[in-house]
Design a protein around this ligand. Structure first.
Ligand SMILES: [Mg+2]
Length: 409
């Protein structure tokens, strides 16, 4: 089953997406997501110039061999651009193999380990009443687990809050990447954040009771000792997880956090390979693996990370914001359904234009996702619709402290 062609499609229905479409000589097609938020064209160029020419004529069935060829054969390993490109090829080849087998992809990964996949949504607000309303809206949509992000008094714009000027709430619930020539500037004050956040969780728990699983994303902005304090101060509110509490490059930082708090920890959305998790998993410094299939070398690599994590009772929490295309979401859902150590799946819901470009079979019913039972991934690309939404430059915001110093966003 030789690869006849491979095409990179960059489209911007509600936001920018990079999609790889591989076609075999038999005419079977497979899709892979290569979207890297704010750096999309770096991956499309990597694919077009350095990967697509190497794929033509290769056996589409040899997924592992192709993965190793692209990873080891480049000599220059890892990094978000390389690993997103490899992920797109890997997922497209899994899509093709499952279509050739006439099965939904999860069947090739061992079959379903559960009936459906629990999802969490993103509630946020500028103040407590707005947050409580946002939680109610998500409960009405069926969500059974909810992430809480809040504005902070004294800070003008903060990651994760939909109703603020830099959030672009028109296109989505919350979309931080702004269509503009330059990135938006937000501000930050860790001490103000640390003082405010427990008061918000107290209000949410008082309103909705003890059972609703609540999550929070620290977005890499704290030092280890600050993160330890945050985890401790949130213990009375029984979080499902505290995510990305410190910058993720330093795995050792999590050891200090872990020594001080029993709040479960999740990390990894900016990780690219299993090496980023080596210490975290082996020393059980985290509870959930947050990587995206799209940014971690695809289904093949993500399955290996999660199998490693399973030995240490660490579960999945696959990254699923709106910059993961429906192709990347479907890949995550097939994996979620098949693995034993599934934890939860992030799901923000795509906009109407995105759903026209990516025709999908996955469903969201009563808080649970299912990838559907069509052969392959269950997502097809409407090329005509994609062509009517050309790429538009868009960037994630960045942070400055009050004195002008750039801080982690
Ligand atoms: Mg996050």
């Amino acid at each position: 089953m030789k690869i006849r062609s491979a095409e990179v499609i960059v489209s911007s229905p509600d936001r920018n997406f990079v999609t790889l479409k591989i076609t075999t000589e038999e005419g079977i097609t497979g899709l892979g997501d290569a979207t890297l938020n704010g750096r999309e064209l770096a991956v499309s160029a990597y694919l077009e110039h350095h990967v697509v020419p190497l794929l033509i004529g290769r056996d589409a069935h040899r997924i592992e061999d192709t993965w190793q060829f692209l990873y080891r054969g480049a000599y220059w390993r890892r990094g978000p651009v390389t690993m997103a490109a490899i992920a797109a090829v890997d997922v497209a080849l899994w899509d093709i193999k499952a279509k050739a087998a006439g099965m939904p992809l999860y069947q090739l990964l061992g079959g379903a380990s559960r009936t459906a996949v629990r999802a969490y949504g993103h509630a946020s607000g500028r103040d407590v009443p707005e947050i409580l309303d946002s939680v109610r809206e998500h409960l009405e949509l069926g969500y059974k687990s909810i992430r809480i992000q809040t504005a902070v008094p004294g800070i003008n714009a903060v990651y994760g809050v939909a109703a603020q000027p830099t959030a672009g709430g028109v296109r989505y619930d919350y979309e931080p990447a702004q269509r503009a020539a330059l990135p938006a500037e937000e501000d930050w004050d860790s001490r103000a954040y640390l003082r405010h956040i427990p008061t918000v969780f107290e209000a949410v728990r008082n309103e909705f009771g003890p059972e609703l699983p609540l999550l929070h994303d620290g977005h890499h902005r704290l030092t280890p000792i600050q993160a330890a304090r945050l985890g401790k101060s949130l213990e009375p509110y029984d979080l499902f997880w505290l995510e990305d509490c410190t910058p993720a490059e330093n795995q050792d930082a999590l050891r200090l956090v872990r020594q001080h708090t029993t709040t479960p920890l999740a990390i990894g959305e900016v990780f690219n390979t299993v090496w980023d998790y080596q210490t975290l998993i082996r020393e059980q410094l985290i509870d959930y693996v947050r990587s995206a299939v799209t940014h971690t070398g695809g289904i093949s690599a993500m399955k290996k990370i999660l199998d490693y994590a399973a030995q240490y009772q660490i579960k999945s929490g696959i990254h699923g914001p709106t910059d993961i295309s429906p192709v990347g979401m479907a890949a995550a859902l097939h994996l979620d359904l098949a693995i034993h150590n599934f934890g939860i799946q992030e799901y923000m819901r795509h906009g109407d234009l995105t759903n026209e470009v990516f025709e999908q079979s996955f469903t969201f019913v009563d808080g649970y996702l299912h990838p559907g039972d069509q052969p392959g991934l269950g997502v097809e690309l409407n090329l005509e619709a994609a062509a009517s939404h050309p790429y538009e430059p868009a960037y994630l915001p960045f942070n400055r402290l009050k004195d002008g110093t750039i801080h982690d966003w």
